[in-house]
Design a protein around this ligand. Sequence first.
Ligand SMILES: Cc1ncc(COP(=O)(O)O)c(C=O)c1O
Length: 401
Amino acid sequence: MQHLPTGTPLRTQAFSPDLSPLVLAIPENPLRALFPYAARPGMLNLASGHPSPDAYDTEGLTEASRRAAADAAAWSYGPSAGDPQLIAALEALTPTRPRGHRLIVTSGAQQAVDLALRSLARPGSTVLLPEPIYPAILSICAAAGLRVEAYRLKADDPELADLSRALGRGEVAALYAQPTFSNPGGETWGLAVRKRVLELCAAHRVPVIEDDPYRALCHAEAPPAALVELSAQVQGSIVIWAGSLSKTLAPGLRLGWAAAPPTVTGPMTELRQAGDLQPNSLAQRVALRYLELDRLDRHLTRVRGLYAARHDRLAAVLGAAGFSFEPAAGGMFLFPALPEDTAIEGLFERVLKQNVLYAPGPSFALNRDARFGNRLRLCFAGLDAEALATAAARLVAALNE
Ligand SMILES: Cc1ncc(COP(=O)(O)O)c(C=O)c1O
């Protein structure tokens, strides 16, 4: 390498760096784009999927934070796969899984899905996604250089012939599934569908990523067994399960976890350390100390009751106003279709004028096209009962203003 003689003037000119095509391909996340509206004073936010302020166990989180902060381990580095003590505590919150599956701590379910996809799918390969889709999954796929293809499970196709054809087209690196209290649809797959999906994926040697952050938020009945649990009964099936503390405890902790065979958790951990070394030590200690307080069951019982009542209240208002939708048995969302005669043009702005925010349906289409143009995603968890009732009434009043 040649060195410039000292004193040689460097000719510098401003330039724009070339950006990676992968970064340029990341579509705008339409839900994050709503944040500035959500921050307006007095806005009643039906758009975002987070707990309402009265659904946090503030007392428990405060005590857990106090105990965590007094612990030197909270302020230091730790293992890339997560704090072993927290991993041991998360075992109890993980569905039964095949022998040998390991747990790793991640930054939310989002990172668990990201690490799983990037470990399993080479750039240019195809990932099968359900539609409507939680749009942050499209960001992951774009950043990893993956093609996406929609699959649909129809009640009149119990053999899932459509899915079988999609799996057979080759170059399918993974199937992403959100079979329990889905976002945005609020749907839950029955047991027979779960088993059939696993059988088909096993036959085509396609691993399944089960994104399962809402499992604990059931209203009356517990949901069917997780795919990861059922995979022990379906020879050859592989499921990488992703869970989260965001919807049950606090999304700001940014803590989730994955359960997968070590052949997958190993590469996921390597990818993780390549990106940011390890999960946040303080957040992990807070979560650990919280779980040690033994308050989670009581907290979840309270939250399930709150959300079930809010779901029913919102569903009653929407039903009376002529929306059509399937009720949800858990989770946080309804994805209703507008009454037939609604003037859809300008609806978002009309509702916004009433200080109410919703997530427009096309945000959940794979190609952000006009699909789901007559639908809205409404979160029934993020507002207290009174604010939810006000927001729903204003939404209905704005329909044909
Ligand atoms: C289906 C689904 N997956 C993943 C996430 C991300 O959750 P986390 O906060 O655990 O990263 C969400 C959040 O809304 C979600 O709905």
